[in-house]
Design a binder for this molecule. Structure first.
Ligand SMILES: Cc1cc2nc3c(=O)[nH]c(=O)nc-3n(C[C@H](O)[C@H](O)[C@H](O)COP(=O)(O)OP(=O)(O)OC[C@H]3O[C@@H](n4cnc5c(N)ncnc54)[C@H](O)[C@@H]3O)c2cc1C
Length: 303
């Protein structure tokens, strides 16, 4: 599998860059206008947010679609709202904004860590959470954290606005439940993370500017030396970022002993389906994923 930002490293060798005059980029002045453009000519317009994935494709001569709506200047999609039960992030929230938000830092540290390990500063200033979700790379770094935090996403068209659980949004490799006339407008996180252990590990070739070989975001609570609440989400081990619900249900209520650790490894290996690709092998990913899960359980035990 090759992801857009893999292409960064091959652009220099590509024979053909995208021919810029062949593309159209229009900038609506309001969300309503953007939605009308999508509704009036279904499938003609696609969204251009931070452009950090799309520009790589353009440079590599692989940007197939020609007409884009530039949503960057839509204030409605940049806002962060906090209520007693939720924090709601506009789809254009950047990685830099994620890291500097005090509520995200204290209650959703895995999302902040994912943001801090995404690309370099330029990408963090421009790349958005909405773009990361809809780009739908199985190796993306914020989706495992969003899955573990039970995020919901809002999809908006001229006709309606619907909130759906993020878990289930991706239905297959680069396939997802968004209609051509819809924009992803907001991401909502329930503020239910108190007394939880938050465990986020991105394993890549380097500490910075690396694409994940395996990424785990896990959240857990222990009660009376047993696992009481557990959420496990992985990136780079399946065609989509996945929540390991079967392993979660097998582990809930179990004590922290050797047989639980064995069960965790066995269950996880059945639930994920990593592949060999240019970054790693399936065997390495299986082993590292299982080791990370056990490491998380050990941390949870001593938390
Ligand atoms: C050098 C480099 C390093 C990178 N490193 C990482 C990394 O470490 N981890 C990682 O996860 N990613 C990484 N990326 C990928 C990229 O930065 C992220 O996926 C980013 O979040 C994409 O957001 P964007 O706003 O730039 O998306 P865009 O490029 O604007 O769009 C991406 C896709 O999403 C669609 N889209 C965007 N916003 C919306 C919306 N609101 N509604 C509907 N559709 C929408 C677009 O139509 C397009 O198909 C890297 C990219 C580069 C170039």
């Amino acid at each position: 599998m090759v992801y857009p930002w893999d292409l960064c490293f091959s652009v220099a060798n590509s024979e053909m860059r995208g021919y810029v005059p062949g593309y159209q980029l229009l900038t609506p002045t309001s969300l309503a206008e953007a939605l009308s453009m999508l509704a009036n000519e279904p499938g003609v317009w696609k969204t251009f947010a931070g452009g950090t994935d799309l520009m790589v494709l353009l440079e590599a001569g692989r940007l197939q679609h020609s007409n884009y709506i530039n949503i960057w200047s839509l204030d409605e999609l940049h806002q962060i709202q906090v209520t007693e039960n939720h924090i709601t992030l506009g789809a254009l929230t950047t990685y830099t904004e994620v890291q500097s938000n005090p509520i995200l830092r204290s209650e959703f540290p895995m999302l902040c860590q994912a943001a801090s390990e995404t690309g370099g500063l330029a990408i963090q200033n421009r790349g958005t959470l909405g773009g990361n979700i809809v780009n739908a790379s199985p190796a993306a770094d914020s989706p495992p954290a969003l899955l573990a935090y039970d995020a919901e996403i809002e999809l908006t068209s001229t006709k309606s606005s619907r909130w759906i659980p993020y878990h289930g949004f991706h239905t297959g490799y680069k396939e997802m439940q968004i209609e051509p006339n819809e924009l992803l407008t907001r991401i909502r996180l329930p503020r239910q993370t108190s007394n939880c252990l938050h465990y986020y590990r991105k394993v890549g070739t380097r500490k910075a500017q690396a694409i994940s070989k395996v990424c785990l975001a896990a959240l857990g609570r222990q009660e009376d030396t047993r696992i009481s609440d557990i959420r496990i989400a992985f990136g780079s081990v399946a065609p989509i970022v996945i929540r390991c619900v079967s392993t979660e249900s097998q582990l809930r209520g179990k004590p922290f002993d050797a047989s639980t650790m064995k069960l965790a490894r066995e269950s996880l290996i059945k639930e994920i389906a990593p592949i060999d690709d240019i970054r790693s092998t399936a065997a390495y990913r299986l082993r590292v994923a299982a080791n990370l899960l056990v490491d998380f359980l050990n941390d949870l035990q001593s938390s």
